[in-house]
Design a protein around this ligand. Structure first.
Ligand code: IVH
Length: 671
């Protein structure tokens, strides 16, 4: 294929993929199967690799991320990025309406919008292409986060031809609730600290260095104001309709996310509607925004240094209810962490009935000086789980007793320990405290770990109660005769349980390591570790420095893993599991040949038949090792087109053989 042909195909693919992305993410109306879409995207990625000069920075292949930003550059805003003045009551809104009407002679039309609880963004487009994405910063200067914003599927990288040549559009980037909850679920499983609310998560995500992580988080956007030097569109509402034409995701009119109004009644109707329906939205809002529609009137009314006078925010009060704290109970997790839970007199909050609220740890109880019987204030605020935010002191009676944190484990009576620097109390009786023992076994059989068919939480409960198992290794010595006599166990279910356990012997090492339930070793970390070390022995021998040296492993994880491997009872458990036959080695791939055995090879340049990654896989599949830089240790350099002259010189200086693509293919196919 020559470069002209490639350009034609790339242009056509980019157009099609952009359109399909728009149909899927903005219109929610896909017109192609996921499979066909992936095929097109893969073909585009392949062509861009083969012809790197044709790869545009706004190609839809950029959506998957991969660009790293070490330092975000500071950029001056072309128009100051103002904020809104806030009001908290309807009477303040009425006052504002009266004030405005005094400033202009003609009747005013308003646009009512939702106040999205996310992060403000300014997008610059030049010649229908995204050129910059900048945060609000201090309103005068913001940070260039373009690489990260390019991964957000609802932000168009290329606009329709109807869009102006040069303009700016502003709006909000936010994390939908579904994505927020899924992310926290993953973090909980990996025992990583949870994110407090979607807004902070969105803002933290946008400042990450690795855009491929941003791409996976599922951020979304709504755009709401257009800025141009000679703006010919004379009203705000029309600007939004135009922006939609150009390819942006704008607030849908049908759903009443945006509405024109001319009277106080209509405005109040909009506020009231969203005050009650805001919990039905798939994202969080913290109020509504009112704007003067006519741009001439906006200019007439003007702005202060901080905010326009022609717009105002009405902030919802965080819904707060009062209820009685009846008791505090304590939950023991799989790792022994103790979580206090407030049991409340049931009360309705944000559309659901609340009976319990997490108190997180002893500090939270102390902070509110909680007494049993107290009248407590509950809020839903930004967080999903309701929170006790205070105590109504007027209702406190002298007979109420102060909530004192437990000193002994509610399940096994061992003394609770609070280590220095940790917020939580722990029960250290790992091997005999029932919820910890059962929790570890439940984790082990789980879908993401050993995925043992036929065994669920109830089965574990039953087997533990009957004293048939007390750790994960015991599962493997269960016998038919022991099981068939148990309640709810018929011939078929017993066989199912035994088969599930037997089949789990084939589960790969990474899942076994995750299944051990080592604190902080989540699914992804377990995978990383098994790729790096390949055997359990190697992991057990590694010192802290070696562990920290592994990509994505920090001190916290390294210490936890290191300590786990030093404890006698864990060492014994692992030996028992090894004897039973569980996988404690990474499965080495079958090699195609050993043609490159013992050779360290560097790959550079662009190839014709294969992509660079394919060449690297070919090296590994034929027994060679890929290295990224040329050194004395390099045996071979596989050179494609456009390889830098300095690399070639270095290879020549070190007398390293250089092979082109076809020589390389010959070399591996001969053997
Ligand atoms: S208009 C000059 N409209 O609220 C007016 N802002 O304090 C600029 N926000 O930084 C903002 N939803 O991040 C506008 N429909 C909406 C909004 C909205 C959320 C945010 C925005 C801004 C902050 C104002």
């Amino acid at each position: 294929m020559n470069i002209e042909e490639a350009k034609k195909e790339i242009d056509s693919l980019v157009k099609q993929i952009n359109q399909h992305n728009h149909n899927y993410y903005v219109e929610s109306n896909p017109s192609i199967s996921d499979y066909d879409f992936d095929q097109k995207l893969e073909r585009l990625i392949q062509l861009e690799k083969q012809f790197p000069l044709l790869a545009d920075e706004n190609s839809p292949s950029k959506r998957v991320g991969g660009d790293i930003t070490k330092n975000f550059t500071v950029v001056k805003h072309r128009f100051p990025m103002l904020s809104l003045s806030n009001t908290y009551s309807k009477s303040e809104i009425e006052d504002w309406l009266v004030r405005l009407q005094k400033l202009t002679d003609d009747p005013i039309e308003f646009v009512c919008e939702l106040k999205y609880d996310g992060v403000a963004i300014s997008l610059w487009y030049e010649n229908q292409k995204l050129s910059k994405a900048i945060t609000r910063g201090d309103g005068t200067k913001g940070e260039d986060i373009t690489n990260n914003v390019r991964t957000i599927k609802t932000i168009p990288l290329t606009l329709n031809q109807s869009a102006p040549d040069s303009f700016e559009i502003r709006g909000e980037i936010f994390l939908p609730l579904k994505q927020f909850e899924a992310l926290n679920k993953q973090r909980k499983e990996a025992e990583e600290p949870l994110f407090a609310n979607p807004r902070n998560t969105a803002s933290g995500t946008l400042k990450m260095q690795d855009s491929s992580v941003v791409a996976k988080r599922g951020l979304d956007s709504f755009l709401y104001s257009v800025y141009m030097y000679r703006n010919t569109i004379t009203n705000h509402y029309q600007q939004i309709l135009n922006a939609e034409e150009w390819g942006f995701k704008v607030p849908p009119i049908k759903e009443r996310y945006i509405e024109k109004s001319t009277s106080v009644e209509e405005i109040m109707n909009f506020i009231n509607h969203w005050d009650t329906h805001r919990y039905d939205l798939p994202f969080e809002i913290d109020g509504i925004v009112l704007k003067v529609n006519n741009v001439h009137q906006q200019n007439e009314i003007g702005a202060t240094a901080k905010s326009p006078r022609w717009a105002i925010a009405y902030k919802f009060k965080a819904e707060r209810v009062e209820t009685i704290l009846q008791s505090v109970s304590y939950q023991v997790g799989r790792t022994g962490a103790i979580t206090p839970v407030a049991n409340l007199e049931p009360v309705s909050l944000g559309g659901t009935t609340v009976k319990r609220a997490s108190l997180h740890n002893a500090d939270q109880i102390e902070k509110n000086d909680l007494h049993l019987g107290d009248s407590v204030y509950l809020e839903k605020g930004g967080e999903i789980i309701p929170k006790i935010v205070g105590v109504n002191q007027d209702q406190r009676k002298s007979s109420f007793s102060k909530v004192l944190f437990l000193e002994n484990c509610p399940e096994c009576s061992s003394s609770l320990i609070r280590k220095e620097g940790e917020a939580q109390h722990f029960c250290l009786n790992e091997s005999n405290c029932p919820p910890q023992v059962k929790g570890k076994m439940e984790h082990f059989i789980g879908r993401k770990a050993m995925n043992i068919d036929g065994v669920g939480e109830e089965t574990i409960e039953l087997l533990y109660e009957k004293k048939l198992i007390k750790d994960i290794a015991d599962l493997y010595s269960l016998k038919y005769d022991e099981l068939i006599v148990l309640d709810r166990m018929a011939d078929k279910s017993v066989k199912n349980v035994l088969k599930g356990i037997q089949d789990s012997l084939a589960v790969p090492f990474e899942k076994v390591l995750f299944g051990l339930g080592i604190r902080y070793v989540g699914e992804t970390i377990a995978k990383k570790i098994t790729q790096e070390f390949e055997t359990m022995e190697a992991i057990m021998q590694a010192d802290i420095e070696r562990l920290i040296g592994v990509d994505e492993i920090g001190e916290r994880i390294a210490h936890s893993l290191f300590e786990y491997c030093r404890e006698e009872k864990n060492i014994q458990l692992i030996h028992r599991l090894q004897e039973i036959g569980l996988q404690f080695k990474t499965n080495k791939k079958q090699l195609d040949s050993e043609a490159l055995k013992g050779k360290t090879i560097v790959v550079s340049g662009v190839f014709e038949q294969y992509s660079r990654n394919e060449i690297k896989s070919l090296i590994e599949n034929n027994g060679g090792k890929v290295s990224s830089s040329i050194s004395k240790k390099t045996d071979l350099l596989v050179a494609g087109n456009n390889m830098g002259p300095s690399k070639r010189k270095k290879a020549n200086d070190l007398e390293i053989s250089i092979l082109n693509e076809s020589d390389f293919i010959d070399l591996i196919s001969k053997k």
